[in-house]
Design a protein around this ligand. Structure first.
Ligand SMILES: Cc1cc2nc3c(=O)[nH]c(=O)nc-3n(C[C@H](O)[C@H](O)[C@H](O)COP(=O)(O)OP(=O)(O)OC[C@H]3O[C@@H](n4cnc5c(N)ncnc54)[C@H](O)[C@@H]3O)c2cc1C
Length: 277
């Protein structure tokens, strides 16, 4: 029986959220908060593995109290237990401080039920760094497997996991010892519509909530803004590309169009040179 913990984050829906033109930062109030889409795939994969091998799926988030909504969404997907760490001491955390706080919470969860596998999303849609998963693995001294597009096997008895890691030219097959941490790609699965009993359970679900003081042995200097060496010098929206030609049709038609555009441009340059000379 496996114990899988998915780390999940509530994020503003960046498809709707606006950038404050003065500060260049994301106006979090301008969009509804949702479960980070990559994390929905992480939870779905955990639930599928539970179906395959048996066990328990827990989810963990660090966030403000309203993030309980994201935990409820995970219960809808099929998670069994939810844990939230929330405290003013965590505010302003960068990825270093976030991975520290989460690793301390994971150690506390492991005392309740030993953890075989931790699953994260590839990245969040607001922070976008993809650093938290590997950061947690480093702190817990377990193998991080990033860019996971398929879980081939989890063998608890023999203590290993085999996954496919996405590469530009295909995928690589990697075997790691358990416990390990997976950061999953969106294409790992489709998140189906949640079954009604899960939705009903989720509506009333209350996660276990811990403050910083509940995490035994925590070093407060590594939490929140105090524990965050990252300095964000500037945030800006890249300008939209101007002009250009949109190539359409089949890949072959697009290649043909591109070749004739390059030929035209070359002929133009050649003519200009001749005129100048
Ligand atoms: C100086 C500074 C101050 C900041 N202050 C704040 C702040 O006050 N509030 C704020 O929301 N952000 C703040 N941030 C942003 C914060 O660093 C990131 O939101 C956070 O560390 C996660 O990084 P990320 O979003 O890039 O996650 P990624 O590394 O892209 O996430 C990868 C995966 O890690 C897991 N994960 C990430 N974050 C969490 C989480 N919180 N709980 C559980 N699992 C998680 C998920 O599985 C996710 O898919 C601040 C950043 C800096 C640099």
């Amino acid at each position: 029986m496996l114990h899988i913990v998915a780390c999940i984050k509530q994020v503003p829906d960046t498809k709707i959220a606006k950038i404050n033109p003065k500060t260049g930062t994301l106006d979090r109030a301008s969009a509804p908060a949702i479960l980070n889409p990559y994390d929905a795939h992480a939870v779905e994969e955990a639930v599928r593995l539970k179906r395959r091998y048996g066990g328990t799926v827990s989810v963990l988030t660090m966030g403000p109290p309203p993030a309980v909504k994201a935990i409820r969404r995970c219960i809808e997907i099929g998670a069994d237990e939810g844990y939230m760490i929330t405290d003013r001491a965590f505010a302003g955390a960068d990825t270093l401080a976030t991975s520290y706080a989460l690793s301390m919470a994971l150690q506390k969860i492991a005392k309740i039920r030993p953890i075989d596998l931790i699953i994260c999303g590839k990245m969040t849609i607001d922070g976008d760094t993809g650093q938290v998963g590997p950061g947690i693995a480093r702190r817990l001294d377990i193998p991080p497997l990033t860019s996971v597009q398929k879980v081939v096997e989890i063998n608890k008895e023999e203590g290993y996991a085999i996954v496919h890691r996405k590469r530009e030219d295909g995928y690589e097959v990697v075997r790691a010892t358990l416990p390990c941490l997976l950061a999953v790609e969106k294409e790992i699965n489709e998140v189906p519509r949640s079954p009604l009993p899960n939705v009903i359970r989720a509506a009333r679900y209350q996660p276990t909530i811990w403050s910083a003081d509940d995490l035994e042995g925590i070093d407060r200097s590594q939490l929140g803004l105090k524990g965050s060496p990252t300095i964000v010098a500037k945030v800006w929206v890249p300008p939209k590309p101007q002009g250009g030609t949109l190539l359409e049709g089949t890949p072959q038609q697009q290649v043909d169009q591109l070749v004739s555009l390059v030929m035209e441009k070359a002929a133009e340059l050649f003519r200009d040179k001749e005129v100048a000379g």
